[in-house]
Design a protein around this ligand. Structure first.
Ligand code: SF4
Ligand code: SF4
Length: 340
């Protein structure tokens, strides 16, 4: 029975808000929607209930993000401390706009850190998150140094969100990642806000919304990817537990937090029923039938047009230099100039 399976991936939105204003994200597009951060004791009770009922096991990684900025939580140290006490690890995804000092105890509880970037210039940041790009760059460098100095050895990476206007900045960000010795994962920025995505698919957005999307996002792959969906596709989101700042279980990372897309409350409701609800939400039928689920689960993959930069080998560099010198010598000989 599905409800008794052990979940390896838990995504826990510990705050329902974000200081960025990304227009294609459910949080950024609705800045007034939630101002709530989960209390540390409620976070602990939620995890204890999942552990006691065998829904998760010790060693699981609790990723503190979905559509909120976890570094804005007033007691991040308390959350990480609770997870460590329960034998769990914490994953973080941040926009890098807030500088948090990570103590050795906090670092010991971390599994991974992901930094999301919507470009590599203030101009790109002004179009999407409206955060201070230089401050973000500085925070990322400093927090990484501090975490490493305190013993952090987990995986770190930059998730670079590709828009039309930041294609030429990919290499700059890749070099930045190289200097920091973190992985670089570019992916095509998505139309994340569920209603906007539905509106775009059904042609129901205003002319102004369509114009903005057509100037910002790369949408060419959405419909072809939906058509690629195999019959009887199994949505991998069924294997993830997505919990919001009120301890409600949500259908998935993509759907909104409103009641229509909730499966029940992990603390208050019958846990078996809550977990069964995850597989029977009406939204999933249409999402699977249209191929949208297939697109959503492949959207964050590295695009085929991106080729990682490789510095030329020593042999190639010597060959290039010699070739250039010989050509210059021949040109000058032809024009009667003495070679230098
Ligand atoms: S995409 Fe990330 S950084 Fe932007 S508003 Fe949403 S949660 Fe914040
Ligand atoms: S089928 Fe669609 S709505 Fe349902 S869990 Fe998968 S991605 Fe989410």
């Amino acid at each position: 029975m599905e409800s008794k399976k052990v979940f390896k991936t838990v995504i826990f939105d510990v705050v329902g808000y974000c200081n960025a204003r990304c227009p294609y994200c459910v949080t950024g597009a609705n800045p007034g929607a939630s101002k709530k951060a989960i209390a540390v004791d409620v976070f602990e009770q939620t995890l204890v209930r999942l552990l006691d009922n065998g829904v998760i096991e010790k060693g699981a990684v609790i990723s503190l993000y979905c559509w909120g900025e976890p570094l804005l939580h007033p007691d991040l140290a308390g959350l990480i401390g609770v997870a460590s006490k329960l034998g769990l690890k914490i994953g973080l995804s941040t926009n890098g706009s807030v500088h948090v000092s990570f103590s050795p105890a906090m670092v010991a509880g971390l599994d991974h850190i992901m930094f999301s970037m919507p470009g590599f210039s203030q101009a790109s940041y002004d179009r999407i998150s409206r955060l201070n790009f230089e401050k973000v760059r500085q925070n990322i460098s400093e927090m990484l140094s501090e975490c490493r100095a305190n013993g952090f050895r987990g995986r770190t990476w930059i998730a670079y969100h590709i828009y039309q206007f930041n294609l030429h900045e990919i290499r700059d960000c890749e070099q930045f990642a190289g200097k920091l010795k973190v992985d670089f994962n570019p992916c095509i920025a998505m139309l994340n806000e569920w209603d906007q995505l539905q509106g775009w698919l059904k042609g129901r957005l205003s002319a102004d919304q369509m114009r903005k999307i057509s100037e910002d996002l790369l949408c060419f792959g959405i419909r072809p990817e939906m058509k690629n969906s195999p019959a009887n596709y199994y949505c991998p989101q069924f294997d993830y537990l997505i919990i919001d700042e009120n301890a409600n279980l949500l259908v998935c990372c993509q759907t909104p937090k409103s009641e229509e897309y909730q499966c029940g409350n992990v603390l208050r409701d019958d846990l078996d029923v809550v977990l069964q609800n995850k597989y029977t939400r009406p939204v999933c039928r249409g999402c699977l039938d249209t191929g949208l689920a297939y697109y959503i689960n492949h959207a964050l993959e590295r695009p085929k047009f991106y080729q990682p930069y490789r510095s030329p080998s020593l042999v190639n560099r010597i060959y290039g230099s010699l070739r250039w010198r010989i050509l210059r010598f021949l040109n000058r000989t032809k024009s009667g100039t003495e070679p230098q």
